[in-house]
Design a protein around this ligand. Sequence first.
Ligand SMILES: [Zn+2]
Length: 99
Amino acid sequence: MTLSSPPNQPDPLSGRLDGNAAAGQLREIFAVDLTAAVGCCSGCGRTGAIGEAHCYGPAPGIVLRCTGCDGVLLRIVTTDDRVWLDMRGLSILQLSLRG
Ligand SMILES: [Zn+2]
C-alpha cells in the first residue's frame, strides 16, 4: 500500500494489498496443531515433526532446536496480550489441513 491508497485497497500500480487480505488463510493455518507440522531446518536441512524438536523454556520464552544441528528452529515469547514468533530457523513449515 502506498500513502495515496486507502487501507485494504489494492495499490493502483502493483495491485498489492496489505497483510490484512491474508487474514482468512492465516487464521486457518494457525488454528492447527503445530507440533504435528513438519519443519525443515534452515541450518542443516533436516526435516522432522516440530513435536520432535528439542524444547527449552518456558522463561523468558520457548525455544525449539533442531535435533540434527542444534540450531534454533523457532522462538515463542508470550506476554499477557501478545505473542512473538521468530521462525527464521525454519526454511519450510508444512501443515496438514486434515486434523
Ligand atoms: Zn538443523
